[in-house]
Design a protein around this ligand. Structure first.
Ligand SMILES: *Cc1c(COP(=O)(O)O)cnc(C)c1O
Length: 221
């Protein structure tokens, strides 16, 4: 496990260097959805401090105990967020990568007005225009960013998951271009199969699960 972790880290760092980027400019988010604490612990012990989950309920069940033992651990929500869980998510996570619609912008802004902490927020873009996938349509991005700004939310960057089975490179490049166009510096892109490619194309955070923890059980997905 620790060896696998070291290999993933150094592959991402090497990809960043090859693109003439500082290796520390690409953060590795270890995505722990469906994995239990016994699988997560060795990775914490190997030095990893940044983790991701895609469900509020699962994170709420799993992470408070682990974070009590390792106060330096940060947790990001990398999946979709229901508006009625906005306040809970702001309390539980250090960053939310799935801001993708007006109703969620409003729910987050309201929760913050009512005392929840403002977190690092990234807008998810439906970069391959896939009907079944979350994320704001590319056409809808400017108005969503304007709405977020109007509601007092600071958007730190963009996040996307390219279509399965296609070359992700053009999608990563497009996301990077959209971020530049809007003056956003955060780029959450790249997963187990394409984290190095993403690191070479400007990712500031890559989200890696199975390459660190092994295959997930189907029924838990
Ligand atoms: C599960 C998940 C990941 C990690 O996927 P792997 O293929 O296991 O690396 C990354 N991003 C999101 C949004 C996820 O849901």
């Amino acid at each position: 496990m620790a060896a696998g972790y070291a290999a993933v880290r150094s592959a991402v760092e090497a990809a960043a260097r090859a693109a003439e980027r500082a290796p520390e400019s690409v953060k590795l988010i270890a995505v722990t959805k469906t994995y239990e604490a016994d699988a997560i612990l060795p990775v914490i012990e190997a030095g990893q401090r940044l983790f991701g989950e895609n469900r509020v309920q699962e994170a709420a069940a799993k992470w408070p105990d682990l974070r009590a033992r390792w106060p330096g651990v940060a947790l990001h929500l990398v999946g979709q967020l229901q508006s009625n869980k906005a306040a809970e998510a702001l309390r539980l996570f250090d960053a939310i990568h799935g801001v993708d619609r007006s109703s969620l912008v409003e729910a987050l802004a309201k929760a913050i007005r009512e005392g929840a902490p403002h977190r690092r927020l990234l807008v998810q873009v439906n970069i391959g225009a896939e009907p079944q996938k979350g994320g704001v349509a590319i056409d809808g991005l400017p108005s969503l960013l304007a709405e977020a700004g109007g509601a007092g939310l600071v958007i730190a960057g963009l996040m996307a998951v390219p279509p399965v089975g296609r070359d992700p490179a053009p999608y990563f490049a497009l996301l990077a271009k959209l971020a530049r166009r809007h003056g956003l510096t955060g780029l959450s892109m790249g997963m187990s199969g394409d984290a190095e490619l993403a690191a070479g194309l400007g990712a500031t955070e890559v989200r890696v699960g199975t390459a660190l923890f092994g295959p997930r059980q189907e029924e838990k997905m």
